[in-house]
Design a protein around this ligand. Structure first.
Ligand code: SPV
Ligand code: MG
Length: 434
């Protein structure tokens, strides 16, 4: 009797390379194909360009495959325990100790070792057709119709959508390409990007008072979009005049932004992290609801999200005011709410989330844990939060590093003393696709 052979597919498009693996697998015995679940695929690799059901159907349609199963985790412990295959077959790209998949190979090896199973590494198919198909699949993800809907898809797929600030092509590339291996060996990456008014203004050397106008914000978004595929949430400040907001949401929707978050302040906007130290005025519920409703009315897709940000806790107006406002904003059509706080202790935010969720089970909640930074993503998710935004950490990391290098160049009148703190350009350009 032939051997039990297992291979897992983590792809939206089946090409020559996959067919080659199946052919090699068939030479060994009876082939079971695992299709990686959406949740595992988005942490491991690229966001799928087709649905899970379509990926499953494509695997079932392959000649010679005896069985198709769902692999729910990027690690193989559960699936190997369930199937006990004699061998797991995979492209030999995972043999490269620099590749993120290398640790997955190690995981497979240790799972198989328990009962004498083997890994079969098949030479990776380097072929111009395969590369072209792969490039096309990636490029598709950057197109507005794919990128725009991706935030709503992620909210359904992820326990919490991990979002990081980007304000340039380079920070966009960091958001797009940073992948880490967790202690448990699993890979992780960010899901989405936040184009912060604070960081976009700071990058331009300007205060965060809605001085950087929409044309300039769109230029920043375009720079990011040119080199990334992940969805974008724009910090829309107050949304400006309703008469302008209705035009701006249409532009954002058309270019493929996924969401705009507007805050319930009016007059000269100051950054929320100043709280009551500066004069800030909250809009009336009535006016802000009218702005949300007008924005929703202007949209042409069901994909783009208008998220209402409530400043009641920042402006010390109390929990009840925050809850009343957020429920009213949802009633006016908001697709999500963002609640902000500048307390160090996350208790206030968590209390809000619990109370909001008690009355509204579905509307997405967004938080920005800058001040209450001890809270973990898992805790936020347990309190019903859907999107966690790391709103300014990249800017705050880069600024002191650049400032101290500038000071030392002036201090030593040469560059040698700073060199050990610098990344070689050769390494930086590995981020950039050529
Ligand atoms: C931003 O990043 O610009 C924000 C979030 O609006 S905060 O700075 O915390 O107000
Ligand atoms: Mg802002």
């Amino acid at each position: 009797m032939g051997k039990k052979v297992y291979t897992c597919f983590c792809t939206s498009v089946i090409h020559k390379g996959h067919l080659n693996i199946i052919n090699e697998a068939l030479k060994l015995g009876e082939v079971t194909v695992g299709v990686l679940s959406d949740g595992a695929m988005i942490r491991y690799n690229r966001f799928p360009t087709c649905t899970f059901e379509e990926r499953l159907a494509a695997a079932k349609a392959m000649d010679g495959v005896s069985k198709v199963v769902v692999q729910r985790d990027m690690m193989y412990d559960d699936i190997i325990a369930e199937l006990r295959p004699d061998c797991v077959i995979h492209g030999d790209n995972w043999c490269n100790s620099e590749a993120p998949e290398y640790f997955i190979r190690q995981n497979v090896e240790s799972c198989l070792k328990k009962y004498g199973g083997k890994i079969v590494d098949v030479p990776y198919t380097f072929d111009p057709d395969v590369k072209r198909i792969d490039d096309l699949d990636k490029e598709r993800l950057a197109m507005p119709e794919f990128r725009r809907k991706r935030l709503r898809q992620l909210i359904k797929m992820c326990p919490i959508v991990k979002t990081i600030e980007a304000h340039s092509g380079l920070t966009g590339l960091i958001a797009e390409k940073t992948v880490v291996r967790q202690d448990d060996g699993r890979l992780d990456q960010f899901d989405a990007m936040w184009v912060s008014s604070l960081c976009d203004s700071t990058a331009k050397g300007k205060p965060d008072i809605e001085l950087v106008d929409m044309s300039s914000r769109l230029r920043t978004i375009d720079d990011i979009m040119e080199v990334t595929t992940k969805p974008i949430i724009l910090d829309g400040d107050t949304g400006g005049l309703t008469e302008h907001f209705v035009y701006n949401v249409r532009t954002l929707e058309r270019i493929g932004v996924s969401a705009v978050i507007i805050e319930d302040k009016c007059g000269l906007k100051k950054n929320s992290l100043f709280g009551t130290e500066v004069k800030q005025t909250q809009d009336t519920i009535e006016n802000f609801c009218a702005k949300i409703a007008a924005g929703k009315d202007a949209l042409r897709t069901k994909e783009f999200m208008i998220i209402a940000r409530c400043e009641s806790l920042i402006l010390e107006q109390g929990m009840d005011d925050a809850l009343t406002r957020c429920h009213a904003y949802v009633k006016a059509g908001a697709d999500g709410i963002m609640i902000h706080s500048r307390k160090k202790d996350p208790a206030e935010i968590l209390e809000f989330c619990d109370k909001f969720r008690a009355a509204d089970k579905t509307t997405p909640i967004v938080v920005v844990p800058t001040s209450f930074n001890s809270v973990t993503e898992a805790e936020l998710a347990a309190h019903g939060v859907n999107i966690c935004i790391y709103a300014n950490q990249l800017t705050r990391a880069a600024f002191p590093a650049m400032q101290s290098v500038a000071q030392d160049l002036l201090r030593y009148h040469r560059a040698q003393e700073v060199d050990s703190r610098l990344m070689p350009f050769k390494k930086i350009i590995t981020l950039i696709d050529s």
